[in-house]
Structure formats: C-alpha cells, structure tokens
Write a protein that binds this ligand. Structure first.
Ligand SMILES: Nc1ncnc2c1ncn2[C@@H]1O[C@H](COP(=O)(O)OP(=O)(O)O)[C@@H](O)[C@H]1O
Ligand SMILES: CC(C)(COP(=O)(O)O)[C@@H](O)C(=O)O
Length: 280
C-alpha cells in the first residue's frame, strides 16, 4: 500500500481588507477582518515520481493548481495530490489558501520534513502572494474564529473571537482574485474604503464589511440584488471578498439567501489546518 497523508484546512471569508506592501512575499499581505469557516479543503497526498494535482468538487474533477505546484517544488518534493471541497472555488471562500495549507500539512508529515506549523504557513503564504490568489487568507486560516488582522503576513498580530451563531452564504459565480489584485484602480478604491478598526461582534463585522463593499465599488449587479433583499428583511449581510457571493447572519438570513441559490450553512471554525491521518 502506498503511504498516504490526509489533512484538512478551513476556508476563510474576507469581509474587508487592504493590501500591505513589503520587501518580499513574507512581509507582503493584507490587514482586514474575516471569518474562518468550518468548510474548507481536504487534501490527500502520496509520493509520486512527478507532481500532479487533481481538484475535486461535487462530481467534477479538474487538473492542476499553480500555487500548490509551486509550493511543492520549493519544498523539493513530488507528489500526487487530490484536493476535495464542497464550496465553490474562486468565490471568496479562501479555498486557494485552504488547499495550500491542507496539502502542505499533509506533505510535511508524509515526507517527514519536520516543518513547524508556522513554517508550513509561511510556505503557503508565499505561494498565495506570488500567485495573487490571496493576501491574508493563510494568516487567518492558521487558526479559527472571526479574525481581525492588524498586520501583514503570518506573524502579524491577529485577534480572534468565537461566536456560536452560524453564517450563511450563497455564491453567484467566481471572481478571480488575481484580476482584482492586479487592478491598480480597484486596489486604490479598496484602500480608500478600508474601515480602520476591528469588529466588536458578528453583526458589527457584517456592518463594517458592508460599508467596505459599498465604498470599494466591488458589488456586481447580481450581488446587489441579494444585498437589497437582505436589506428589505433587515438581515445583516455583505459580499464575500473576493467572490461574487453574499454572506449573511442572524434570523431570516437563510431564507432570504435561498431565493438566490444553494445556501451554505457555515460554522465559525474552532481551529486551523490539521492532519487527519497518515496511512499505512
Ligand atoms: N480546492 C482547491 N484545490 C486546488 N487549488 C485550488 C483550490 N481552490 C483554489 N485553488 C487555486 O487557486 C486558484 C483560485 O484562486 P482564488 O480566485 O483566490 O480562489 P478562492 O477565492 O477560492 O481562494 C485556482 O485557480 C487554483 O489554482
Ligand atoms: C480578499 C483576499 C485578498 C482574497 O480572498 P479570496 O478571494 O477568498 O482568495 C484575502 O486574501 C484577504 O487578504 O483578505
């Protein structure tokens, strides 16, 4: 039997963020607030002569993941990787970071690399930043909670709180993160819209996120329709950054969102990425 390692990482919904410049990928990142969610990516890894990545979601599979391929090469290993997730990819659920954290956690154990949890996160963060698939998701998904990051990178100060209430989300389609991060105009509007404080609680997080979504002008017409419906029902809601989707909290949230698509019920994660098993 081939030795196999399996690991999981939670995803992360960013509510608001601002890019922070740095001298190298370790110091480049973002400040902002978001929610680490119970759904994420499970990665199964086995040694192979050449690296191959299979990305599985529902009954669909695709091949390749440039950030993961890059990270494995940096670590000097080749492996057959299968990632699995329930949430849609590219929809603002931080799945690129989750896929990296889950895969590198499994790789670390499979190949006995002896990396600390922080070193695993550092490699994942570097791959994210270089591929423009995220800025602050890896830092957030190192642990659970509603997260406020007041510095860039994985060593920055991060405060977390852990509400029991679920969050609901609906996705209306992808919004490639790299397309926004590469647009100087969008990044300038994002920086100007940044609410420079941490959220007090979940409703306050929704409120700050909504102000940011409006001011940054990132809200697409289909997202606008969902937000309008939430406003009518007085349901706190905002846009999943960076995806064409909406998250909402509290009474009535699930019902309003269900008018627009499949509703994902998300718990606030209690922990970050972890190893599930090594076989045999
Ligand atoms: N589950 C996954 N497994 C492997 N690679 C992934 C996964 N999710 C995202 N990626 C990588 O990240 C890219 C998308 O990044 P991004 O738009 O930031 O997605 P997200 O918003 O889900 O984090 C994909 O093209 C792929 O290279
Ligand atoms: C918002 C984003 C830049 C991207 O998030 P996603 O599209 O989920 O990869 C995130 O990494 C952040 O810094 O807050």
């Amino acid at each position: 039997m081939v030795r196999t390692a399996v690991a999981f990482s939670p995803g992360h919904i960013s509510g608001y963020f601002k890019r922070v410049e740095g001298s190298d990928p370790a110091t480049i990142g973002s400040v902002g607030a978001g929610v680490v969610i119970s759904e994420g990516v499970r990665s199964t890894v086995e040694p192979a002569r050449a690296t191959s990545i299979r990305v599985v979601r529902e009954d669909h599979a695709s091949a390749g993941s440039p950030p993961i391929e890059y990270a494995l090469e940096r670590l000097g290993v080749t492996a057959r990787v299968t990632t699995e997730c329930r949430l849609p990819i590219g929809a603002g659920f931080g799945l690129s970071a989750a896929a990296l954290l889950a895969t590198l956690t499994a790789v670390n154990h499979l190949f006995d690399l002896g990396l600390s949890t922080e070193e695993v996160a550092a490699h994942a963060h570097e791959a994210e930043v270089l591929h423009r698939t995220g800025l602050g998701d890896v830092a957030a998904s190192q642990a659970g909670g509603v997260v406020c990051r007041t510095g860039a990178g994985i060593h920055a100060e991060i405060t977390r709180f852990y509400p029991d209430d679920p969050l609901y989300a609906v996705s209306l389609g992808p919004l490639p993160t790299a397309s926004v991060l590469s647009s100087p105009g969008a990044m300038a509007r994002i920086a100007a819209a940044y609410p420079d404080r941490c959220p007090r609680d979940l409703p306050d997080f929704c409120h700050l996120s909504r102000g940011f979504a409006e001011e940054s002008e990132l809200v697409a017409p289909e997202v606008r329709r969902v937000l309008d419906a939430c406003d009518t029902e007085r349901v706190p809601a905002s846009m999943t950054m960076l995806g064409n989707g909406v998250f909402a909290a509290g009474r009535g949230a699930e019902q309003v969102l269900s008018l627009f698509g499949e509703v994902y019920t998300l718990r606030v994660a209690r922990r970050g990425a972890y190893l599930i098993e090594v076989r045999p």
